[in-house]
Every structure is written in structure tokens, then in C-alpha cells.
Design a binder for this molecule. Structure first.
Ligand code: 5GP
Ligand code: MN
Length: 345
């Protein structure tokens, strides 16, 4: 039996909105990760099992290692299907937002959400959610939004309705947001939920392979180059910084998602508790920050790089050059020296 994490009021309010809806628009964040897609598609399959219609809309393209996910081809990528989305939305009578806490995380979909006339539910696990929905289900202690989707479905009394594709999507989100259950994953209830999902017939070993063992040759070579040439280790600060320029990414035929996981690699060095990947995009510089132990990377991201996230995994951006961003980060490190010193690994 699971602990009742989501309050009775939130469960009842969501239940009422979902049961009376006919067509639901599900929206998740920019550069959607496994939890974004898993929670959105999990809801999509759930709603279809309730004989409702659903559409999933994401701001921009997802990585190709999600291509196998059930119904992924039904996702509307707003960058590429703006007119279709704008035409479809007025026919939706409920909107569910998943896996983000700030409207800025959905890029151009911001206006779509703000102009939507019907009710909205937010399901998320990031701290301090903005007031962007009528029902806000926000539990930062829960490791993934997909887990919250499972909990909500069960609490509404629909465990039996969860089918194989729904369970597969939920499991994918739970797995990817915990690094395949290697961080944020000490809650026994996670494994209770997995056992429930296994009763739905999911193949967890295959899901792992689909996500982590389907990369291109170029991606593996880019990883090799990054580690040998582009990783700076600052032992004094227990920190490693990886930088990648546009030119380097092009050289390795970069595809969306190819650098996923790179930022975690330096954390396998003994003594490193803080790792940052700084990558040149077309319009800005994107930072991914990871840590071990108590070092709060979301604080660094929010204070210096217009970002946020979780204590051990955060992101941000900079409009300075790549080199200037690296310099800025290096200037910040001494301010955190004490916190870095005491952070366990
Ligand atoms: P990643 O490094 O995988 O892009 O992001 C890790 C986590 O940091 C995400 O799950 C998200 O919570 C947060 N994050 C990433 N980029 C941003 C950003 O630009 N702004 C904010 N507020 N959070 C971000
Ligand atoms: Mn998430």
C-alpha cells in the first residue's frame, strides 16, 4: 500500500476535471527529457483507456532515443506544428501541464497556455511552482513527475485502467529521472510502484536498453573526445567543467540528445562532487549542473545562470560567450568552496 502523498482535495479536484473532460491537451517542457515525455504519454494512454481524447504538445523536438515509446509519433512538436496546435486547442476542455514549475520552461508554448480558456492541472516535482494552473499537484520530494502521475491515477481509483503502454511510459520517466535508480531513489515506495508496473507487463530490461544502449557511433566518439580533450578537473573545488562549442558538436554530427548524460560522467571521478556541462547553442549557452551530496546546484543555477532545478540536477543559460560563461563559473566557485568541501560523495 502506498502512502497517500497527494492530498485528498487535490485528488478530488483532479478527478472531477478529468472525469468530465472529453479532450485533454497535455503540455510538457522544452527539450523534453524522459520524465517529461513519460509523464505526458503516460497520461495520454491513461486518458485513451478512459475513452477520452488527448493530445501531447512539446515546445521542441525530443531526442531520438525516445522514438520507441508507445504513441511518441502522436506528439505535436510546437516548433514544427504551430498552426495545427493553434487549431486543435480550442476543442480541448482541459489542459494538464507536466514536469515544469515555471512558464518560461515551455518557451513559445507560454502564450498557448496563458490563453487557454478552460481549467488546467499542473503535475510536477520542482520546487516553488508558479501559479500557472487551477489545480497544482507539486511534490518536490518525489523523484519524478511520472511517479506522481502513477500515484494520481491510483488515488483516483483507476489502477485497473493502467494498460501496458501507460505503465511503460510511467516507468521510463521514473527510470530516467533517477539515472536508472542510482540517485534520488532510496524511497522504498519507488520499488513498490515498479512491482505494480511489472504486473502490467512492462519489460524493464528492454526499456533500459531502449534508452541507454541505442546511441550512434558519432555520439560515442563525441563522448570520447569530450572526456579526453574538453574536461577540466579543478580538484581544489571538487569540480569538473566540460565545454562544447557549436563547431565541435557539428564535427560529430550532433543530434538532439547526444550530450545527454555527459554531465554525469565527471562525477565518477573520486573526489568530484560538482560537474558542469557548458554547451554552445545557436542563440545562447546552455548549462547543465550536477552534484553529489548536499551541494545545491539549483542555487548556483538560479543565482548566476537564469535557471533552476533540483538540489543535485539543475540547468540554466547564459547570453555571454562560452568562454565568458566558463570564466563566470570559475569566479563563482570560490564563493562555494566551503559548501563544496563538506559535500559528501
Ligand atoms: P538538464 O541539465 O538535464 O537540462 O536539466 C536538469 C534539470 O534542471 C531539469 O530537470 C530542470 O529541472 C532543470 N533545468 C534545466 N534547465 C533549466 C532552465 O533553463 N531553467 C530552469 N528553471 N530549470 C532548468
Ligand atoms: Mn522530472
Amino acid at each position: 500500500m502506498l502512502t497517500k502523498i497527494i492530498t485528498e482535495t487535490l485528488v478530488n479536484e483532479s478527478n472531477e476535471l478529468i472525469v468530465r473532460a472529453n479532450k485533454v491537451a497535455i503540455i510538457t517542457h522544452m527539450s523534453p527529457d524522459g520524465d517529461a515525455i513519460g509523464s505526458a504519454l503516460g497520461l495520454y494512454h491513461f486518458l485513451y483507456s478512459l475513452n477520452k481524447e488527448a493530445i501531447v504538445i512539446v515546445p521542441n523536438r525530443y531526442a531520438s532515443f525516445f522514438d520507441w515509446m508507445p504513441a511518441i509519433s502522436q506528439i505535436l512538436i510546437y516548433d514544427e506544428t504551430k498552426e495545427q496546435v493553434d487549431q486543435l486547442l480550442p476543442s480541448c476542455d482541459l489542459m494538464i501541464l507536466t514536469d515544469f514549475n515555471a512558464i518560461s520552461r515551455i518557451d513559445k508554448l507560454k502564450e498557448v497556455v496563458e490563453q487557454f480558456k478552460e481549467k488546467k492541472i499542473l503535475i510536477d516535482h520542482h520546487r516553488n511552482p508558479e501559479n500557472i494552473a487551477d489545480v497544482i499537484i507539486s511534490y518536490p520530494t518525489i523523484a519524478s513527475t511520472s511517479e506522481l502521475v502513477f500515484r494520481l491515477i491510483c488515488r483516483m481509483g483507476f489502477f485497473e485502467t493502467i494498460n501496458h503502454p501507460c505503465a511503460t511510459c510511467i516507468y521510463t520517466g521514473m527510470m530516467t529521472d533517477t539515472g536508472a535508480f542510482t540517485f534520488n531513489s532510496n524511497s522504498p515506495e519507488i520499488y513498490f510502484i515498479i512491482s505494480e508496473l511489472l504486473t502490467k507487463g512492462i519489460d524493464k530490461d528492454q526499456i533500459y536498453n531502449n534508452i541507454y544502449n541505442t546511441y550512434s557511433t558519432d555520439r560515442l566518439r563525441l563522448m570520447g573526445y569530450t572526456l579526453s580533450e574538453k574536461m577540466e578537473v579543478l580538484l581544489e573545488y571538487k569540480t569538473a567543467i566540460i565545454t562544447l562549442t557549436n563547431k565541435e558538436l557539428k564535427r560529430y554530427n550532433y543530434q538532439e540528445g547526444d550530450t545527454e548524460g555527459f554531465v554525469n560522467l565527471p562525477l565518477s571521478i573520486k573526489g568530484i562532487v560538482f560537474s558542469v556541462l557548458i554547451k554552445e547553442n545557436t542563440n545562447n549557452v546552455k548549462l547543465s549542473l550536477r552534484s553529489r551530496g548536499s551541494f545545491p546546484v539549483n542555487q548556483v543555477a538560479a543565482t548566476y545562470f537564469h535557471g533552476g532545478g533540483h538540489i543535485n540536477a539543475a540547468g540554466g543559460e547564459s547570453y555571454d560567450s562560452l568562454m565568458q560563461t566558463v570564466e563566470q563559473l570559475k569566479q563563482v566557485l570560490p564563493l562555494y568552496k566551503k559548501q563544496l568541501e563538506i559535500s559528501e560523495f
